[in-house]
Write a protein that binds this ligand. Structure first.
Ligand SMILES: Cc1cc2nc3c(=O)[nH]c(=O)nc-3n(C[C@H](O)[C@H](O)[C@H](O)COP(=O)(O)OP(=O)(O)OC[C@H]3O[C@@H](n4cnc5c(N)ncnc54)[C@H](O)[C@@H]3O)c2cc1C
Ligand code: SF4
Length: 332
């Protein structure tokens, strides 16, 4: 592990001030919350900050549900959100996405803010033995393009990076039009989650719209008729403790046997959590007839680009969407 200074500020203002300061060699300070991702990256020399700023005890961890919707403080743990009665009853897609993430031990420690900012599981990013990784070492190339890329994205990729975003929660939240409350040293702002993660383009090392020193303070989800009839389907290589090969988050408003509104988002296949508006438009006003669902789901493949080992995902996302809609549609 590269040596670093650990700051443990007593209040958020001090943490934000530390976070905004560059350390020696102009290396920016980095935050640590539950540490379940950050500590692995430090141990493997993937991250080498001069200064690490602990957010422990500084951010809101309340989960509040009311007629306006849901607000989750960034310091709430995955386990706390999974078990919250209002989340289970009114926003099942969120609890299902979290329950299908990681393990009970990780969920007890990991925070919601950290979940949205976890780094990709691309094995070349996480192993410094591979020199070429534009996300870890900008300008060095990409080992996954032309390498082993079964786990990688087929949507939103660039010639510089094809790494998939790893968060299950982000996929569920994006289907619900969630927003992120952001705090900086001088200001706070609200960003739609759909605009929070960036496409890799030619700067894959810049993953979100957060400015240096800013933190995620909370997530908000507005009340909506689609939230209750929602489902998160995760396809993975083993039944637990595994990241998504493909996932589909679906939220429906159904009446008289017809779909009034559908929200569909995908995981495991996008370089960021991926919403498919063309599929949603094709579903709206239609029935739950399997052939109609398959026709709509086929639109998810538009623009998808496999790189060899991950070609199978293009068919799999369509099947996952159909199955997730059938499950959500069957819910009362
Ligand atoms: C074995 C294992 C299996 C896993 N499986 C899954 C899975 O199936 N699905 C899934 O979605 N996830 C999975 N995860 C990832 C896990 O959900 C994340 O590691 C966890 O949510 C990160 O939260 P944390 O609080 O520990 O963040 P940390 O590790 O402390 O931080 C992660 C990143 O977020 C930044 N950060 C944290 N909080 C804030 C904040 N409030 N504001 C600004 N920056 C912040 C840190 O600087 C760091 O860059 C797995 C992790 C492990 C270790
Ligand atoms: S896909 Fe992205 S993270 Fe993986 S090796 Fe290529 S540049 Fe690095």
């Amino acid at each position: 592990m590269h040596p670093f200074t650990l700051e443990r500020p007593h209040d958020l203002s001090s943490a934000l001030a530390f976070g905004a300061q560059a350390g020696r060699n102009d290396a920016p300070a980095e935050y640590i919350a539950g540490g379940t991702d950050m500590v692995q990256l430090l141990q493997e020399y993937v991250r080498r900050p001069e200064r690490l700023v602990s957010l422990a005890g500084l951010l809101d961890n309340r989960i509040e549900a009311g007629s306006q919707g849901l607000r989750i403080g960034a310091a709430a743990t995955m386990a706390e959100v999974v078990a919250h009665p209002a989340v289970v009853e009114q926003f099942p897609i969120i609890s299902e996405a979290l329950l299908n993430s990681a393990s009970p031990q990780v969920r007890n420690q990991a925070t919601i803010g950290g979940n949205l900012l976890q780094r990709t599981r691309c094995p070349y990013f996480r192993d410094v033995g591979y020199a070429a990784c534009n996300k870890r070492a900008p300008g060095s190339g990409c080992s996954a393009i032309g390498g082993e890329n079964r786990w990688h994205a087929v949507l939103g990729t660039s010639d510089h990076c094809i790494a998939a975003n790893a968060s299950d929660l982000a996929v569920a939240l994006i289907a619900l039009d969630a927003s992120v409350e952001v705090r900086g040293a001088d200001a706070q702002r609200t960003v739609p989650l759909a605009d929070f993660h960036r496409l890799p383009g030619d700067t894959p090392h810049i993953e979100t719209v957060l400015e240096p020193g800013e933190v995620i303070a909370a997530i908000t989800v507005s009340a909506s008729p689609v939230a209750r009839r929602s489902h998160y389907l995760k396809v993975r290589d083993r039944a637990s403790f595994e990241f998504a090969v493909v996932s589909a988050a679906v939220a429906l408003d159904v009446g008289g046997g017809r779909i009034r509104e559908a929200r569909v988002a995908l995981g495991g296949v996008g370089t960021k959590p991926w919403r498919v508006p063309r599929v949603e438009a094709a579903l709206a006003g239609g029935s739950l007839d399997p052939a109609a669902l398959r026709r709509a789901a086929s639109l998810a493949a538009e623009g998808a680009q496999g790189r060899g080992h991950n070609d199978f995902k293009i068919e799999l996302i369509q099947r996952a969407i159909v199955r997730a809609i059938e499950t959500a549609g069957a819910r009362a």
